[in-house]
Design a protein around this ligand. Structure first.
Ligand code: NAD
Length: 354
């Protein structure tokens, strides 16, 4: 199993170093992995004048999975758009055909105080939001600016989904539901949008192949409300690019801790790019205070979703739960009565728990 490791910028190298420690322990225990690092984002620009240098892209294409830290930083903010670190992320997603974005929102019992919701509403939360990543109104044509019939200036975008685009993301939705508790909620705006009516038709058609999965549909406005009213009613949510963009950020905040949440972006064959949901946190870079758990949990997702090594993924997740139960905390999740530690020490604690 070949893994391309792209640490990136800011806290990227610090948090990736902790995930690599964890993967190396598993390798010593018999997990057959090969790790190769390459510059990406601002680091790619510094090394080769390009946020996604040709050799980095070649490595990512040749690998079975890509593990990313984060990219970006004030040093690069004044660069022309094509050289900006964030363009590296958009380009690699496109080059690798990563159309399915999986974002779990899990609330660990020890961190229940970090959520903005009451413990009785949110404790035990464990949901998965599956967002389509390469279609919808963000990419639909025509788009632009112009003048309407009465000569007034206007802007417009086009919401558009092809049948194959819907089918492939919905298939992943059902397969993900089967790996969890056989519940899938498809979110749309079928009462208003033609694209959503079509989306729902395809979802119902794909559902015939998965009689064991309990399928429900929900309008996006209701889903936004239900996520803060009673989030535990959900297990897997599948939705389009724009609705998923908004709902996945909302869901991640239910857990209150940006440093804890991993993500996966998958292609049609299960190849994936795995990264924490947070950015490069330039305000704390190089200080050994960043929380590495989102990155460590991203490596667990990689073992589960690309390599189908559920038992190894589970070992990492169990080790993370154990260190939290023992009271280990980085500054972002610290509370009185727990033990504050740095990035490297948290990585060591997970290694020890493994
Ligand atoms: P951010 O996620 O980097 O930081 C937001 C806040 O959360 C900061 O206060 C930061 O210190 C804190 N934080 C983030 N990760 C943390 C961690 N692991 N442990 C503890 N605290 C953590 O978002 P931002 O400040 O808006 O963006 C900073 C840079 O990151 C920008 O250049 C942005 O473009 C980039 N960015 C990159 C990605 C990516 O690589 N996929 C995603 C989002 C933002």
């Amino acid at each position: 199993m070949k893994i391309a490791v792209l640490a990136g910028d800011g806290i990227g190298p610090e948090i990736i170093a902790q995930a690599l420690k964890v993967l190396r322990v598993l390798a010593d225990d018999g997990l057959k992995i090969e790790l190769e690092e390459a510059p990406f984002g601002g680091a790619g620009y510094d090394a080769e004048g390009d946020p996604l240098p040709a050799r980095t892209l070649a490595l990512a294409k040749a690998a079975d999975a890509v593990l990313c830290g984060a990219v970006g930083g004030p040093k690069y903010d004044a660069l022309p758009r094509p050289q900006r670190p964030e363009q590296g992320i958009l380009r690699i997603r496109k080059e690798l055909g990563l159309f399915a974005n999986l974002r779990p929102a899990v609330l660990y019992p020890e961190l229940v105080g970090a959520s903005s919701l009451k413990p009785e509403v949110v404790s035990g939360l464990d949901i998965m939001i599956l967002r389509e990543l390469t279609g919808d109104i963000y990419f639909g044509e025509p788009r632009g600016r112009g003048e309407n019939a009465s000569g007034e200036r206007e802007g417009y975008d086009t919401m558009r989904y092809s049948e194959s685009e819907i089918r492939r993301i919905v298939e992943i939705g059902f397969q993900t539901a089967k790996k969890r508790s056989n519940k899938l909620c498809s979110v749309d705006k079928e009462n208003v949008l033609e694209t959503s009516r079509f989306w729902r038709e395809i979802v119902v058609d794909v559902a015939r192949k998965y009689p064991d999965v309990a399928l429900t549909h929900m309008y996006v406005d209701n889903a936004a409300m239900q996520l803060v009213r009673n989030p535990r009613q959900f297990d897997v949510i599948v939705t389009g690019n724009m609705f998923g963009d908004i709902l996945s950020d909302e869901a991640s905040m239910l857990t209150g801790s940006i440093g804890m949440l991993p993500s996966a972006s998958l292609d049609a064959n299960g190849k994936g790019l795995y990264e924490p949901i947070h950015g490069s946190a330039p305000d704390i870079a190089g200080k050994n205070v960043a929380n590495p758990l989102a990155t460590i949990l991203s490596s667990a997702m990689m073992l589960r979703y690309t390599f189908n090594k559920d038992e190894w993924a589970y070992r990492i997740e169990a080790a993370v739960k154990k260190v939290l139960a023992e009271g280990c905390r980085t500054a972002d999740i610290f509370e009185d009565g727990t033990r504050k530690m740095g990035t490297a020490e948290m990585g060591d604690a997970v290694v020890a728990a493994l």
